[in-house]
Ligand binder design. Structure first.
Ligand SMILES: [Zn+2]
Length: 86
């Protein structure tokens, strides 16, 4: 699978949101693309990851991990989430 480099590519590939995790405070958040587009000055995923700040730590603490996330339904089972580490 080709790794998306922009929000548009991630949307086209079916990814629903970007997950950011902070190892310092163990906070993780799912950001839908619509929200990211409103907040971010760039479409580039690398730019977004470089400029992200942990919402809980603040003070410029950068999240330590990012993943593309989408829900996946398999039969009648409860929805699960598919993740792709960036
Ligand atoms: Zn944090």
């Amino acid at each position: 699978m080709n790794e998306p480099t922009t929000i548009s590519e991630a949307v086209a590939a079916g990814w629903e949101s970007l997950e950011a995790r902070c190892d310092k405070c163990r906070y993780s958040v799912l950001m839908p693309w619509r929200l990211l587009r409103m907040r971010s000055k760039s479409e580039e995923l690398t730019w977004i990851m470089e400029h992200a700040v942990c919402q809980r730590c603040g003070n410029g603490v950068r999240p330590s991990g990012f993943a593309l996330v989408r829900s996946s339904y398999r039969g009648s089972a409860a929805p699960t989430f598919e993740r792709f580490e960036l």
